[in-house]
Design a protein around this ligand. Structure first.
Ligand SMILES: [Ca+2]
Length: 99
């Protein structure tokens, strides 16, 4: 079965004491391509985006790169907004709930 996987991390990547949200996208075709391990997701993401928080605006407002995530043809500002919305929701979750 084909698989679409998203991995997200909160991390202060640029060392400004504010966490960015790192979003990695993985896609595994069905059947898996020969470059993929037999029982798992490919080791490398197809795409990586970083979403930055603006303390002056009090929200996530900037996305690295120009990644098409919406399925519409090509990149648009709507793709950035989807990633900003995803990062905003993720930032409200806490790993403490799973400890
Ligand atoms: Ca930072």
């Amino acid at each position: 079965m084909a698989a679409f996987e998203i991995r997200m991390m909160k991390e202060d990547i640029d060392e400004d004491s504010l966490d960015e949200v790192l979003i990695e996208f993985y896609y595994r075709a069905d059947p898996p391509s020969q470059s993929e391990p037999p029982n798992g997701t490919a080791d490398f993401p197809q795409s990586v985006s970083i979403v930055y928080y603006s303390p002056t605006e009090g929200r996530f407002n900037k996305v690295s790169g120009r990644t098409d995530v919406g399925g519409a043809q090509g990149y648009s500002v709507e793709d950035d907004q989807l990633l900003i919305d995803l990062a905003t929701a993720f930032s409200k979750l806490s790993a403490d709930a799973f400890k």
